[in-house]
Design a protein around this ligand. Structure first.
Ligand code: BG6
Length: 470
């Protein structure tokens, strides 16, 4: 028995991601019996109007996966309430709705799919109306602050209403199959764990490139920039999973303790090393595939926002971790918009053999591709058929994570996977409060160094690979 209450229930995230994910969970039998989904928003709508909107959007976003039969079942679980979240008058409606059930001990998941400025009134009202019981959970997601101070404030607001065990901070990268596979890959293969350290690894590259620009989000993006929009969360999560020490168990807190230690061991980037360790850059007009695309400043001009055009759309960092396992191994983090292709991958480059008889220019590499394909590949250097010692073959063995148990099994979307974990009350793939503060503290150091030395904003052509740190 479960109630899922989505604040911002007909907003973009709910329509594009949350409701389609819940539709799949309903179809595949992953929603508990007597489940109800309540969408809350300020707009006045009757039930029929609300259902029309949802159905139209599901058809749009699910394509061929939309099925009338599933819709009939799913729509029976859907409800709508109009509540002015920052006001006082409408909250009785939620109380009435939640108390109108046969069982008092229903679990309630509150999904705050709203701007963080509404977290305070929502938490206050839930508390005032005794709607935060031991059976409730709350789900929130980025932007969870824009620096350490504001992230502390958000943590405090959430803590005023819920205990840490009830808080699920989403980073959608943690819902991606390839990311969830990293710990399996590392800890269930002797071959991996035995060489997963500075003695054997030369460098690690974590790259997330996008072809999209700022789309309709110019106002938000120009206040935020890529360091805060992508690095503080997604890239740092990838770094944590690659670098963490073996947790005692696979329990959520054992894993999250180890992730926190990685962040605390990151060597600070400050005015001494910021020039050699970072690049910030902005795209200018260029060509992606066959399409001419405008530069960032031009993109902003086409939007109705008050903007300065000073945000970076690309960041590259060279990062070191000061612990026994990683001291001296560079981690190169690179991400940007309007790059040559949409691609996210982690590449681990191994050292050369100590007694390097063949002097091959290449080294062994393990590549974990997160998107668009879901693959893990290892290249091994081998002798060519009839070749001499000097003519080695670069042989790539590729495993496709996408193959699943059945051929062409559907890979669930990140939100679907994460919602399922919240329903199961498993916090493993959610970010803990202390982790988020530690990552902001480290990122704030970079921003401060950028501003103190006024680090040059480089430019890169849209459709290129972006600038390189080496
Ligand atoms: C979001 C950022 O968190 O992640 C966006 O705000 C970015 O700017 C997006 O485009 C990338 O996610 P994905 O899953 O498409 O790689």
């Amino acid at each position: 028995m479960l109630d899922i209450v989505i604040f911002g229930g007909i907003g973009d995230l709910a329509l594009r991601k949350l409701l389609p994910s819940l539709f799949y969970l309903c179809r595949d039998g992953h929603l508990p019996d007597q489940n109800r989904i309540l969408c809350v928003s300020r707009a006045k709508k009757n039930r029929a109007e609300f259902l029309d909107i949802i159905k139209e959007k599901l058809i749009q976003f699910l394509g061929h996966d939309f099925e009338e039969k599933v819709w009939t079942n799913f729509s029976e679980t859907l409800n709508y309430l109009d509540i002015d979240l920052s006001g006082h008058d409408d909250w009785y409606k939620l109380e009435q709705y939640l108390s109108n059930t046969p069982s008092k001990d229903r679990d309630v998941i509150y999904y705050l799919s709203v701007t963080p400025s509404l977290f305070t009134p929502i938490c206050a009202k839930l508390k005032e109306n005794n709607l935060n019981s031991e059976y409730s959970r709350v789900v929130v997601e980025k932007p969870l602050g824009e620096d350490y101070q504001s992230a502390c404030a958000i943590n405090d607001v959430l803590a005023s209403c819920f205990s840490e065990k009830q808080i699920y901070r989403i980073d959608h990268y943690l819902g991606k199959e390839a990311v969830q596979n990293i710990l399996h890959l590392r800890f269930s293969n002797y071959l991996m764990e035995a060489v997963w350290n500075k003695k054997h690894i030369e460098r690690i590259d974590i790259k997330v490139s996008e072809t999209v620009g700022v789309e309709g989000r110019g106002g938000f993006f120009d206040r935020t920039g890529t360091l805060r929009d992508m690095v503080q969360n997604h890239l740092m999560q990838l770094l944590n999973y690659i670098a963490l020490e073996p947790p005692k168990t696979l329990g959520a807190d054992d894993i999250r303790d180890q992730k926190l230690k990685v962040i605390r061991d990151l060597v600070p980037i400050d005015i001494k090393n910021v020039k050699s360790s970072t690049i910030r850059a902005q795209y200018i007009a260029g060509k992606i595939g066959e399409h001419e695309v405008p530069g960032y400043l031009q993109d902003l001009k086409n939007q109705p926002y008050d903007v300065t055009g000073t945000a970076e759309t690309f960041v590259a960092l060279k990062v070191y971790i000061d612990n026994e396992r990683w001291r001296g191994v560079p981690f190169y983090l690179k991400t940007g918009k309007r790059l040559d292709n949409r691609h996210a991958e982690i590449t681990i480059t191994f050292k050369k053999p100590e007694n390097d008889l063949y002097h091959e220019p290449d080294s062994n590499q393990l590549t974990i591709q997160i998107q668009p394909a879901l693959t893990v590949s290892i290249n091994l250097l081998m002798k060519k058929l009839m070749g001499t010692g000097a003519a080695l073959n670069r042989h790539q063995n590729q495993m496709d994570l996408n193959s699943g148990d059945e051929p062409r099994m559907r890979v669930p979307e990140a939100y679907e996977r994460l919602l399922r974990e919240v329903i199961k009350s498993d916090q493993t793939y959610f970010v803990r409060g202390d982790e988020i503060l530690a990552s902001w503290e480290w990122i704030d150091g970079i921003r401060q160094a950028w501003s103190e030395i006024n680090l040059e904003m480089q430019q890169y052509e849209a459709g290129s690979e972006g600038p390189s740190l080496e």
